[in-house]
Write a protein that binds this ligand. Structure first.
Ligand SMILES: Cc1ncc(COP(=O)(O)O)c(C=O)c1O
Length: 403
């Protein structure tokens, strides 16, 4: 290789940092280790048998379409099914508001391509989803985190920050919010808070990005209206995905937005991958059309609700005093707060020695320094026995921790 190959790499490539978290997660491959680190759905929720039948039928009856290139905006039948689903939730949309993406991570990348120039400000929750922070960072965004409490992002602090930015002539490109069972915190924003956030967004004319992969995984409490439906000015862009409610392996998600904005995403997608694979889209569409999605979703919700309860009981039993945690009403994750003096990265090493792993919480804070005493725990993937044993080991690691 040329010794000066470095100078050939783009600014974007040079900006992409090797993820510290990936390096830590390599340690979790140790045999016998119980990992609460990943965001993986439970494999037993995958509808393999149903997919076997539908796949065969699609190949028999629709292969000319399913094995061909598709349109960039996505399979019409799938867009219709997704539209119907959201219409039932109360969204006033048509198929023209929906475009299919190669799962949500692609939509996050598109947000960067469509909106972000180097140095542009984006507003994020504090903490926020690491994959989104990385996607925005790739385009040189300057994320500003707004403190969140047990109801999500604070509208008071949001307004304060936006006023400050406005005084400096800065208009953030969008605010990125995960309102349901947030990753990493597990927190859900109630309707009243959503309305307040929208009001502030409208006042300062900021677009809202509502990323909601976990919305339909509610095992307790009442569903809250989407920001999209509460936003009467059509300034919200909503992202959805099959990754947590169906199968992540299909890499299929969607963007719902005003056609003016959606069109920009579709043009962007043309140069990225032409279209999301037509085959998986058609299988997913038939799966939804037959009502299998809903039937399976109920099982998934029951399973995750059960696993969350097992974890809550184990936390109460095995985690030492001074440790607190969120108690999500749905989704896949919860957030743990260690006593202030503790550093979860140091604890991580101790935990791996004890054969248990989690994600260190500071990676979700865009300032790179906050959240040292936090950690994200996944409860969807491990078996009941592994959850109990893993929490026992975690409790032991916390007790053994030395500053
Ligand atoms: C908030 C959030 N957005 C987007 C994604 C990306 O999901 P996918 O690309 O599998 O649809 C995830 C995955 O964990 C997530 O938690």
């Amino acid at each position: 290789m040329y010794s000066n190959v470095d100078e050939l790499f783009s600014k974007m490539t040079k900006r992409a940092k090797k993820s510290a978290i990936r390096e830590l997660l390599k340690l979790t491959k140790k045999p016998g280790l119980i990992s609460f680190a990943g965001g993986l759905p439970a494999p037993e929720t995958f509808p393999s048998k149903e997919l076997e039948d539908i796949t065969r039928e699609v190949l028999e009856k629709e292969s000319a379409l399913a094995l061909q290139y598709g349109t960039t905006e996505g399979d019409d039948l799938l867009r219709e099914q997704i539209t119907l689903r959201y219409q039932k939730m109360g969204l006033k949309i048509t198929k023209d508001n929906v475009a299919i993406t190669t799962a949500s991570q692609q939509a996050l990348d598109f947000l960067g391509r469509v909106f972000i120039n180097e140095g542009d400000v984006v507003i994020v929750e504090f903490p926020s989803y690491l994959g989104a922070l990385q996607a925005f960072n790739a385009f040189g965004a300057k994320p500003i985190g707004i403190e969140s409490d047990e109801l999500g992002m604070s509208p008071v602090l949001l307004e304060k920050k936006l006023a400050e930015l406005k005084a400096q002539g800065i208009r953030p490109k969008f605010m990125y919010i995960i309102p349901d069972f947030q990753n990493p915190s597990g927190v859900t924003m109630p309707a009243s808070r959503r309305k307040e956030i929208i009001e502030v967004a409208h006042k300062y004319e900021i677009l809202i990005v509502e990323d909601s992969p976990y919305r339909e995984l509610r095992f307790e409490g009442e569903p809250q209206p989407t920001l999209y439906e509460l936003d009467d000015r059509g300034t919200t862009i909503m992202l959805g995905t099959f990754s947590k409610t169906f199968v992540p392996g299909f890499r299929t998600g969607w963007i719902i937005a005003d056609p003016l904005i959606l069109d920009k995403f579709i043009t962007t997608k043309q140069s990225v991958d032409l279209c999301t694979p037509a085959f998986v889209q058609r299988i997913a569409a038939r799966y939804m059309e037959r009502g299998l999605f809903d039937a399976k979703l109920n099982d998934i919700i029951k399973l995750y609700g059960h696993k969350k309860n097992i974890m809550m009981d184990a936390f109460k039993k095995y985690l030492p005093e001074g440790v607190t945690w969120t108690n999500p009403e749905g989704g896949l994750f919860l957030f743990v707060y260690l006593p202030e003096h503790m550093d979860s990265e140091k604890l991580f090493m101790k935990a791996v020695e004890n054969n248990v792993a989690f994600v260190v919480g500071h990676v979700f804070y865009c300032d790179g320094v906050s959240g040292k005493n936090t950690m994200r725990i996944n409860f969807s993937y491990c078996s009941d026995e592994q959850i109990v044993e893993g929490v026992k080991r975690l409790g032991k690691a916390i007790r053994e921790y030395k500053d």
